[in-house]
Design a protein around this ligand. Structure first.
Ligand SMILES: [Mn+2]
Length: 283
């Protein structure tokens, strides 16, 4: 078994801020893997350590079994799920009422740093300039080939210097603002509105990947808004992201396809037409 600490965290803003929070407590001498709901199992199959932390990603029976091969496991998450098994070396800290995983990590380690920013980003209610900057920096890195390397470096800098570190990222922010304008154009151009089973749906299927929150925000200004269900996907993706303007339970739809998340923000591996068919059969 490899010694030391491994952290597996979500490759998004909440995951990076959770990691930065941990690094404020433990320092940055650890191995880090960025993962996502569909990739977690294969990430966990590759690793084993004395200590393993998992942040902001829901598990399954299979992924819990893989995680439990490590010595001591701490699993912190805020998605809606319940561990099917509870090996004695795995501690779960799962609270779906938390706005972000970062807020749970902060509470667990008793530290105040980035939880407000993570809450704003994860609930798409960004009001502070710090949250706006973090979202843009992450958004810029996400489009890059070696995004994980950039996420890790960003987390280390945040842990070291706090929000002061945001000053170092002016160029990334400006670059992302340009990308943002093109994402907004794509949403306008590739949205279509559907009425299925009395439910108002916007489908956004773009030629290349765009951040889901951009689709959500652009559609709030659509003539036919608000939408009960927003389906976001791209031509090269086999996944759909689901959101709602009206509080419709989109987790229920994601679950039909083996996906998960939150009631107002979920995702699954599925085809748009299949999702529309499933909605047409809902009672
Ligand atoms: Mn999260």
């Amino acid at each position: 078994m490899e010694s030391g600490l491994i952290t597996v965290t979500h490759a998004d803003a909440d995951g990076v801020l959770s990691l930065a929070t941990l690094m404020m407590v433990m320092g940055d001498r650890m191995r880090v893997y960025f993962s996502h709901p569909n990739g977690l199992l294969s990430t966990l199959k590759r690793i084993e350590s004395e200590k393993l932390y998992i942040f902001d990603i829901a598990g399954s029976k299979e992924s819990i079994i893989e995680a439990a091969r490590s010595g001591e496991v701490l699993w912190i998450d805020h998605h809606i799920w319940e561990p099917q098994i509870r090996p004695e070396n795995v501690s779960f800290c799962i609270d779906s009422s938390a706005k972000s995983a970062c807020s749970l990590v902060s509470r667990y380690f008793n530290i105040t740093a980035f939880e407000k920013i993570a809450d704003e980003i994860d609930t798409n209610t960004v009001t502070s300039s710090e949250a706006d900057k973090v979202r843009k920096i992450i958004g810029h890195f996400k489009g890059m080939k070696d995004s994980n390397k950039h996420f890790l470096h960003f987390a280390k800098k945040l842990a070291e210097r706090g929000l002061e570190a945001l000053e170092d990222y002016r160029e990334e922010i400006i670059a992302y603002e340009d990308e943002l304008r093109s994402f907004e154009e794509l949403v306008k151009r590739y949205s279509r509105v559907k009425q299925v089973n009395g439910i108002k749906i916007a489908v956004v299927r773009t030629p290349r990947r765009i951040p889901v929150y951009v689709a959500y925000n652009v559609l709030t200004r659509h003539d036919e808004a608000p939408f009960d269900i927003i389906i976001v996907t791209s031509r090269m993706s086999d996944r759909v992201e689901l959101r709602t303007h009206t509080g419709y339970d989109v987790l229920r739809i994601a679950r039909i396809f083996g996906g998960g998340g939150h009631r107002v923000a979920s995702g699954a591996r599925a085809d748009v037409e299949d999702v529309l068919t499933a909605i047409s059969f809902l009672k």
